[in-house]
Ligand binder design. Structure first.
Ligand SMILES: Cc1ncc(COP(=O)(O)O)c(C=O)c1O
Length: 470
């Protein structure tokens, strides 16, 4: 309801969004990223989502979709969770002072206390506004704490797209055209302890950044890898930084993915789902001695920070999120439904030669496709690979979206893995929906010719045109 103030009526956001709904793509093309609009139109994703509730999205025609992307993992509690909403409304209603800056926020103190309660070997929290911003902070803290410049990361890693986080990114496509990068960053293969030891043994590495389960590809390390990482980092005086931006807050069926492996990193980075998806947020949980090396004198009390970090909306949403996780047994649900889906997909892998591997923990699941053995399919696969490696996944994700109303993503460039990152609150009926739609699309992909492979031809033509700049 609009309220009359001295300045005129308040903005009715719902009415504004409805009135201009038909212009969403033209507005974006004109004023924002036109290339992105072209991508959406090419793959038929321009359905105009208008509403989001729990794990579901509704398009302009009111059709319901199951969202297995969750805004790149921010909606662990589903969209518009009522308790997170209430917390946000509560902040506004309370007319809290917010961002006084020359004071401290009680809500930030409470959220920090509760986060550290879940990582009791750590003592301090630094709040930021995103995953990348938290990674930047971790880089600065690690250099300040160790007096070393070197940064080590893994092949296929993803830690964000700002310059510091980009320096520890394992995918060349994100770096191309943006050089030079931050110096002193080096890469080692993921899940390779001898390579890590060799890199650390020069004793010039401030921090080793690693995702316990890599988002690009859903790569899961050997059971003893992270324990080995902890030991090697301790041996060579390097800080062990676990980037849990994607894996944290219950995603893998434990609050932190490192909880599965019994390790205690020197820093844990959180973001994405921490605020229930409503407000940008990030956090670095770390040891007191690291923190004290950064903020070591009163005249350096604000030597690192950001204007909006610790804002009351983000902090309240974070506190509400942690409460919902416990009250609604969200993490237990993620573990149980994740186990069910993993087993179903493993059964599917036995029946379908195009499914090369299925892996995951909790509700972070990767379904990897690979070259088929039968001659007919092999020819079609090879043709597609020649045009654009990784294009096959689009042949699965597009029919899933168009015909089964399931929104999925490919787990990185040139990747043959489709990643499932649904809300952690999904129910049995949602799992039925996922299983039946994947089974139908994958079965169709095993027929050539079929609708899936004629889509392949169209996409290959588009890819060639795009490369030619047409
Ligand atoms: C593991 C990991 N770290 C960092 C980031 C960057 O987070 P943000 O996009 O909030 O900057 C991401 C984003 O996907 C991520 O998955």
């Amino acid at each position: 309801m609009s309220v009359q103030t001295k300045a005129g009526p308040s903005i009715n956001v719902a009415a504004l969004a409805a009135a201009r709904a038909d212009e969403r793509y033209s507005l974006h093309s004109q004023h924002l990223n036109e290339m992105w609009v072209r991508v959406l139109k090419t793959i038929g994703y321009d359905v105009g989502f208008s509403r989001g509730v729990g794990p579901y999205l509704y398009d302009r025609a009111g059709v319901r979709y199951l969202d297995l992307l969750s805004g790149w993992g921010v909606f662990a509690l589903g969209r518009n969770h009522p308790k997170v909403r209430d917390a946000l409304v509560g902040v506004l209603d309370a007319e809290l002072p917010n961002l006084v800056q020359l004071d401290v926020s009680v809500l930030a103190g409470v959220l920090a206390e509760r986060l550290l309660g879940r990582a009791p070997w750590l003592d301090k929290v630094f709040f930021a506004n995103s995953g990348a911003e938290s990674v930047e902070a971790a880089i600065k803290f690690a250099r300040a704490a160790t007096g070393r410049a070197g940064l080590l990361h893994c092949s296929h890693s993803f830690h964000g797209l700002t310059y510091g986080s980009l320096a520890v990114n394992g995918d060349a496509i994100f770096k191309k055209g943006f050089g030079p990068m931050l110096s002193d960053a080096r890469e080692v293969p993921f899940d390779d302890l001898p390579a890590l030891e060799e890199a650390l043994s020069r004793r010039d590495i401030a921090a080793f950044f690693v995702e316990p389960i890599q988002g690009k590809g859903v790569n899961i390390p050997a059971d003893d890898y992270l324990r080995g990482v902890a030991e090697l980092c301790r041996k060579y005086g390097t800080l062990f930084v676990a980037d849990e931006v994607q894996t944290g807050i219950g995603r893998t069926g434990a609050f932190l993915a490192i909880d599965h492996y019994g390790v205690e990193p020197d820093m844990v980075i959180l973001a994405k789902a921490l605020s229930g998806g409503h407000v940008p947020v990030g956090a670095v949980l770390t040891r007191k001695w690291v923190f004290d090396k950064v903020f070591d004198r009163m005249d350096r009390a604000v030597v690192h920070g950001s204007t909006f970090s610790k804002n009351d909306m983000a902090m309240a949403a974070g506190i509400a999120t942690l409460e919902v996780l416990d009250q609604e047994k969200v993490i237990e649900n993620a573990a149980a439904q994740g186990h069910r889906l993993l087993e179903s997909f493993k059964r599917m892998a036995k029946d379908f030669e195009l499914v090369a591997d299925v892996r995951g923990k909790g509700l972070m699941i990767g379904i990897e496709f690979g070259p088929p053995k039968s001659f007919k399919l092999k020819t079609a696969w090879n043709l597609l690979e020649t045009v654009n490696s990784g294009l096959f996944c689009q042949l699965v994700s597009i029919p899933l979206f168009r015909d089964h109303k399931v929104l999925t993503q490919v787990a990185g460039h040139g990747n043959h893995t489709i990643k499932l990152l649904p809300a952690l609150t999904i129910c049995d009926a949602d799992c039925d929906w996922i299983e039946s739609s994947f089974a139908a699309v994958i079965a169709d992909a095993h027929q050539a010719p079929s609708a899936v492979w004629s889509l392949g031809k169209t996409l290959a033509e588009h890819a060639i045109k795009a490369r030619l700049g047409a």
